[in-house]
Design a protein around this ligand. Structure first.
Ligand code: NCD
Length: 304
């Protein structure tokens, strides 16, 4: 039976715990001089990205290579998609080359779910529209857990462009499953309708959560997804939502500052904060490879 990772919604706590716990072993491999094991030798993985990516795609590619899998990348802008090939036929073509797993990023929510119906290869969702980005969710849970030990009962503020953020959705779902308290902070125009049913509190200024938060998770303002201007001005956004040094001074001493990247430095976060001792943004990227190795092992490695 093939195994997919399409979303964190519906994933039981025990399954999340299992992936987070097995990540430690893969992190150890990454600290060795020769960062390679033969666990997935003979397996074939393809990344199929319909949207731009630096860290997610490279992270999957390195995760696969470090486990000995054969991995190739399809960049849609240089593929037959440009000649009009449909999503379904692109997938069928990939499947015909005996591919075990396809990792998909797409601008349409639900595209990886559809792909899973079309082909027998395992599917991982690497971000679908505004819906979910489950592997980012898992690597964020892992990073938070390493610093805060327990996810249960911790206070996490997710600040910024919630409406366009698949990262925010996966993080909220994952954090709530693990028993964390989550507050979202954003202007009303950047909050999706009905966000409250996800079990989060809502605030409209970062100052309202600055002393409460154990984790400040800052999101990028996604200008490319905004049809019209959803923030009145850059100055106003900075004054209500930017995480800067003055605000960081008022936060808990050991507050953890995270950002999924890429950052608009100077808008949602200042350079001083992003490079401060509280920020562990590069560690998120580092942990991302180990979490994805654990996940590839879980989905392809033959544990039943
Ligand atoms: C995010 C994405 O593409 O969903 N980046 C990522 O994968 N780390 C967030 C973003 O683009 O702002």
């Amino acid at each position: 039976m093939k195994r997919d990772l399409l979303q964190l919604n519906g994933m039981p706590k025990e399954e999340i715990d299992f992936i987070l716990e097995s990540t430690d072993a893969f992190k150890e491999i990454l600290s060795r001089p020769i960062k390679k094991v033969p666990t997935l030798r003979g397996k074939t993985i393809v990344t199929l990205f319909y949207e731009a990516s630096t860290r997610t795609r490279m992270s999957f590619e390195l995760a696969g290579k470090r486990m000995g899998a054969d991995i190739s990348n399809i960049t849609v802008s240089t593929s037959s998609v440009k000649k009009g090939e449909s999503f379904k036929h692109t997938l069928k073509t990939i499947e015909a080359m005996d591919v075990d797993m396809v990792i998909i990023r797409h601008s349409q929510a639900g595209a990886p779910h559809l792909a899973s119906k079309y082909i027998k290869s395992s599917i991982i969702n690497a971000g679908d529209g505004f819906h979910e980005h489950p592997t980012q969710g898992l690597l964020d849970l892992y990073t938070i857990k390493r610093h805060k030990k327990n996810l249960e009962g911790i206070n996490v503020a997710i600040v910024g462009d919630i409406a366009h953020s698949r990262v925010a959705r996966s993080d909220i779902i994952g954090l709530k499953t693990m028993g964390a308290n989550v507050t979202v902070v954003a202007p009303p125009t950047l909050l999706p309708f009905g966000i409250d049913i996800m079990g989060v509190d809502i605030k409209y200024c970062i100052d309202d959560v600055i002393e409460w938060a154990d984790v400040l998770y800052i999101l990028r303002v996604q200008f490319e997804r905004q049809a019209s201007a959803l923030i009145p001005s850059v100055r106003e956004y900075q004054s209500y939502y930017q995480l800067n040094s003055d605000r960081l001074k008022r936060a808990k001493k050991d507050v953890l500052v995270l950002h999924p990247g890429p950052m608009n430095v100077g808008l949602e976060i200042t350079d001083e904060v992003a490079t401060s001792v509280n920020a562990h943004i590069e560690e998120q990227v580092h942990n991302g490879v180990a979490v994805r190795m654990a996940l590839l092992y879980y989905l392809l490695g033959g544990i039943n």
